[in-house]
Design a protein around this ligand. Sequence first.
Ligand code: ATP
Ligand code: MG
Length: 414
Amino acid sequence: MRAVVVSIGRELARGLSLDTHSRDIARALSALGINVVRHVTLDDDAAAIAEGLRDAAADADVIVASGGLGPTQDDCTRFGLAEAMGEELVENSEAMAHLETFAKARGRRVRGANRVQALLPASARALPNPVGTAVGIEANLGEARLFCIPGVPVEMHTMFDEQVLPQLADSPDARVMVVRTVRTFGLFESVVAERLPDLMTPGRHPHVGTAVHSGLIDIHIYASGNRDEAEALVAADVATVRKRLGTAVFGEGHTGLEEAVAALLAERGATVALAESCTGGLVAATLVNVPGMSDFFVEGVVAYANASKVRALGVDERLIADHGAVSEPVARAMAEGVRVRAGADVALGITGVAGPGGGTVEKPVGTVWMALADASGTEAARHLLMGDRAQIRLRAAYYALNMLRLWLMEGPQR
Ligand code: ATP
Ligand code: MG
C-alpha cells in the first residue's frame, strides 16, 4: 500500500513553523508496513489544496492530510477537497450533531462561523473528534482513500490514533515495517560505511542507513515482512552492527550519551566532577538530564575567565601565561584541580575556542582541549570541531561525555 502524507497550513508552507505532523504520521504508517512515498506541504488555499490532493490521489492508495479544518476563513481544506472531488459541500448531519453536542457540553450554542465545520463533500463521511469541534473527513478521491484530520496537535494525534490507524491496521500476519536504531559516537560516517559495506549495499533487505547529528551517528535498520520475520532480520543486523562498531556503540533507540554515561557510573559506583570553560556548563546540564545523577555527579565548575581557572581550580597562572588558556597543560590542570576540589573519582576539564572570534593560526576556532583525571593520572585529547558556536559547544560536550564513557568502559586510555 502506498501513502502520501499531506500537511496543510500557510505557516508550514512558508516556513514559519516546522511540520512535525508529517514525521509522526509517516512514522506510524511505516510501522504498519505502508510505503510512504511522499510528504506534501500545502498553503491554506482551496485551489492549491485541490491540486495537491488530486496529485496525491494519482500516486497513492491512502492519503492522510492534516490541518485547515477550523472555522476561520483561512481554513479551506474542505473547500479544496470538494473541488478535487467535484462535489458540493452539504451539511452533514453527524458533523452537525457533533458540533451541537460539543457546544452544549460547554453551555453554548453552535455559532454561525462554526457551522461551516458541518459542511462535507456530499459522499464523504464524518470522523468523530473527541477533543475539538472540527470533525475529520473520510472520502474517496479517485482510487485513493483519503483522511482529513485537524492540525491542532492534540486533535491530530487523537484522531489519527483513534480514527485513522485502526482502519489501516490489518490482520496479525500483515506486513509491517520494523525499525531499530543503533547509536554511535566518535566515528566518521565514512568509517561506518567502510565497516558495514555489505549491510549498506543499495537494494539490500533489511535496509541499513545512517543519519548524523553533531558527531553522533545513528544507524537505522529497516525490515518489512510479518512481524516475527522482520524483527528477526533486524535483530541479526543489530548484532552485526554492534560487533563491527564495537565501543563506538553507546545505545539504541533514543538513548542519549548522558544516559549511557549514567548507567556506567552506576555500574562502576564512580563519582565525577567537571571543570568547563568553552562549554559553559553544557556537559553538566546534559548529564543532569538523567534523573538521580546526584549519586554520581558531585560538582561542576564553570571557570570561564582565566582568573577563575586559577582561583576556583588552582590552575597555575604560569601555565596560562606560557601555553594559553586553550592548551593541553591547562585542560589537564583544570581536570586535576576540580577532581581534588570535589573529591571525585574522575574529573573532566574542557577548554576551547568556540568562536566566532578568538581563533589564531595555531588554535583556530573549534580547537578544544579536554582532559580526564583519575587517581592514577591524567589523559588529554585535542579536537578540531566544525560548525558555529552552538555546534562547537555541543560537539565538545559530546566528546567530553564520550571520553568519560570510554574511561568507564575500558579504564584509562593512556
Ligand atoms: P484545524 O483543522 O483544527 O483547524 P488548523 O490547521 O486549522 O487545524 P491551526 O490553528 O492552523 O489549525 O493550527 C493549530 C496549531 O497546530 C498551530 O500551532 C499549528 O502550527 C499547529 N500545526 C498544524 N499543522 C501542523 C503540522 N503539520 N506540524 C506541526 N504543527 C502543526
Ligand atoms: Mg491551519
